[in-house]
Design a protein around this ligand. Sequence first.
Ligand SMILES: *Cc1c(COP(=O)(O)O)cnc(C)c1O
Length: 217
Amino acid sequence: MGLNDIKDRIAQAETAAGRAAGTVELIAVSKVQPNARVASVLDQGHRCFGENRVQEAAGKWPDFRESYDGIDLHLIGPLQTNKARQAFELFQSIHTLDRPKLAKTFARLAQEMGHCPQLFVQVNTGEEPQKAGVLPADADEFIKDCLALDLPVRGVMCIPPVDEEAALHFALLAKIGARNGLSGLSMGMSSDFEKAISFGATHVRVGSAIFGAREAG
Ligand SMILES: *Cc1c(COP(=O)(O)O)cnc(C)c1O
């Protein structure tokens, strides 16, 4: 538990996978965590964080940015089109690009604002009806369309179904990334980030194992 323990475990997983040290980015998922816990991780020198709601991020990160330099913020939750502009202002990366309407909005905002966050296309690898993401069968075409819009698509992202073997989903996502020439793989959470690294994860999203359990609700 805690930041240093997770960093050690990531380093070990990199070595075990025959990967160079520092090739996995640790996104500390701070959603719903008390500000004091987030500040403690910032005080330990960590700068890369993930939030799943624009509104919540807008409520805390502008203040943290006044006190800490170099914060790198990742949106890892679903994004409504009407919050896209605010997301562009707050986040350096967005992991949940999952539909044509959002891609078109991003392309327009990128033109208007002169910058665009790094993007990951979310793939619903488990084909779960309640979950966001493009279906695996539609991923190649959607990624092509996004690249044709000149969007800076860096990789793909998935959230495996809770009751299935995550390895199958990590392997599928890695395959989709590779065949589309995308090197970024956003996969792995507190319970399975080491396994994700063994399948090539470049970005792991770890919350409770760093900060402790989230309050319910
Ligand atoms: C909350 C969340 C995480 C982190 O989950 P933990 O199990 O606390 O590590 C990772 N990814 C997404 C998309 C999340 O919403």
